[in-house]
Design a protein around this ligand. Structure first.
Ligand SMILES: [Zn+2]
Length: 274
């Protein structure tokens, strides 16, 4: 059966001689596995096929479906996000975002929201007008929420304070705890230790908490509730605040997904050098 579908290449790896396997994220069919044969051959047709099989390519695909498998017949590019491959920092971050989408999507489960979020993020990264940390953090928070794991940031989960000056994201429990309540918790758990808890601490084996300021909290609330067209329309006033925002979002999604990502480790190694 021949079908056409718009989709974004979120993963690509070799399959047999002269072929590649693609994971393409589509709005209606979710993540589909597509085999592309002969892409490394010479000739015009092979060249056309190769151009629509690159990672981050958003295209209208012509596919032949047989059972659970799709075979690439052709396609026309809608957006290729060329700038992403020109910059190693952007490329590693885009690869990570695609890996998260790959993890969260499945064959046959519609993925319109996730695809739109990913395209918005790649578009913003490609244009280079927004901080990497903000794009990454917004994507992570929204992706967690789409999977049904939105953190509850309404107010401190213990005392109810809605606008704490400083607070912590309790990552495992998806809740907010104001600094005062966290101090009381620490004292109750460790009556002989009265010093402040360090950044990103793990108390015992269960709780992972990450510090957030009042403006980082506002940014996280915005990221979770803004409409699609406005998700990146905010700024944080300093690099330190961007780092807190990015760290909270990353720690949160990695814990919800219970896994790590090679592309994320690579992004951090590149970020350190930059
Ligand atoms: Zn509190």
């Amino acid at each position: 059966m021949l079908i056409t579908a718009d989709g974004l290449v979120i993963r690509s790896f070799p399959a047999g001689d002269n072929g590649i396997m693609l994971h393409i994220l589509t709005p209606d069919r979710g993540r589909i596995s597509v085999i592309a044969k002969g892409v490394h051959s010479k000739g015009k047709t092979a060249g056309q096929l190769a151009s629509v099989t690159q990672l981050f390519t958003y295209a209208n695909y012509e596919l032949y479906r047989k059972g659970d498998m799709y075979w690439l017949r052709g396609g026309s590019i809608i957006n290729a996000f060329y700038n992403l491959s020109m910059d190693i920092g952007k490329m590693s971050l885009a690869t990570y975002l695609c890996s998260v989408a790959d993890e969260l999507s499945d064959e046959g489960e519609e993925a319109e929201q996730l695809l739109r979020m990913l395209l918005n993020s790649l578009y913003s990264l490609d244009r280079g007008q927004k901080s990497h940390r903000i794009i990454k953090g917004v994507f992570e928070l929204r992706a967690a929420a789409m999977s049904g794991y939105a953190p509850n940031l309404m107010g401190c989960d213990i005392c109810g304070e809605g606008y704490p000056e400083s607070s912590y994201l309790d990552v495992m429990n998806g809740r907010l705890i104001c600094a005062d309540c966290q101090t009381k918790l620490n004292r109750a758990q460790n009556p002989f230790v009265h010093k402040d808890i360090p950044t990103n601490s793990e108390d015992g084996a269960r709780n992972i908490i990450t510090p957030i300021s009042s403006s980082v909290l506002a940014a996280m609330r915005y990221a979770l509730t803004a409409s699609d067209e406005k998700i990146f329309s905010f700024n944080l006033k300093s690099t330190e605040e961007e780092i807190l925002f990015a760290r909270a979002a990353e720690t949160y999604i990695l814990n919800q997904l219970e896994r790590s990502f090679d592309a994320l480790d690579f992004y951090h190694s590149v970020e350190m050098q930059g």
